[in-house]
Every structure is written in structure tokens, then in C-alpha cells.
Write a new protein. Structure first.
Length: 145
């Protein structure tokens, strides 16, 4: 009987390992809802229809549309772990919002939401709802438009 080279055996073991686990890793990464607008599952605040949303791209960039303002963020997703590092909020309101649409309550809610997003550490997706866990738990649903 011919003995095989240890390097060849290691390669075969790694190949079998990769064939078995690669689909598991790929399905976990594919499960994260990249490039989809996810709306915060919360009641509207006042007469303004705007509800916060996030769009996280696979390249690690994100767009955070808050109660009043919009900012960007850097996001790292690894299995069920997530880290969100928001950019500072801009001074100006978005062009399409008038001064009367952003009450002090809504502006304070922007700061609260930025704080909550920056403290999340885990995510999970169940029944189409993405949950971000940290000191506060945030639920996001896919946009229906």
C-alpha cells in the first residue's frame, strides 16, 4: 500500500472541510439584508410621515435616514455580530424637509437613535424582521415600496 504525502493529506482534509463549511458561511452572509431599505418598526412621530430607515451595503457603507436628518455610517457584519459607526449628524436638514417638520422632540430622537445604533452588537433576521441587539433593541422591517 502506498503512503500519501502529509501535505497531500492535509490538502484533502482542508478541501473536505471547505466543501462542507463553505455553503454554511455563504448562507449566513447571504442572509443579511444588504442593499435593502429597512424601516424602523415604530409608530410615526407627529403628523410627519417620515420614519427612520437604514440601508446597509455589502461594502460596509450605510445610509441612516433618521427622524429629521440623514447621515452615513460604516458597518461591519460578521456572522451574528454587527458594529455600526455613524458619521456625525449634519448641521442642516435635508433639502426636502422644511424647518417646521423637525420639532425639538424629533431632533432629540435623532440623537437617541444614533446612540442606540452605535451600541448594537448583534443582529438576527427572523420572519423578515431584522433585530439589532444592544442596550436598546431595535426592530427593522423591509420597506414595502
Amino acid at each position: 500500500m502506498m503512503k500519501s504525502d502529509p501535505a497531500v493529506r492535509r490538502f484533502r482534509v482542508l478541501l473536505v472541510f471547505a466543501m462542507f463549511f463553505a455553503p454554511v458561511v455563504a448562507s449566513a452572509a447571504a442572509e443579511f439584508p444588504f442593499d435593502r431599505q429597512l424601516m424602523l418598526d415604530v409608530a410615526r412621530m407627529g403628523p410627519v410621515r417620515r420614519v427612520p430607515s437604514v440601508i446597509i451595503s455589502a461594502d460596509g457603507t450605510a445610509r441612516l435616514e433618521l427622524w429629521c436628518k440623514t447621515t452615513s455610517a460604516q458597518v461591519a457584519v460578521n456572522d451574528s455580530a454587527i458594529q455600526i459607526v455613524p458619521a456625525p449628524l449634519p448641521e442642516a436638514l435635508p433639502q426636502y424637509m422644511s424647518d417646521g417638520q423637525c420639532s425639538p422632540e424629533r431632533m432629540a430622537a435623532d440623537l437617541d437613535l444614533i446612540g442606540a445604533l452605535s451600541q448594537v452588537g448583534r443582529w438576527q433576521l427572523a420572519s423578515g424582521v431584522m433585530t439589532l441587539d444592544g442596550p436598546s433593541v431595535l426592530h427593522f422591517r423591509p420597506s414595502d415600496h
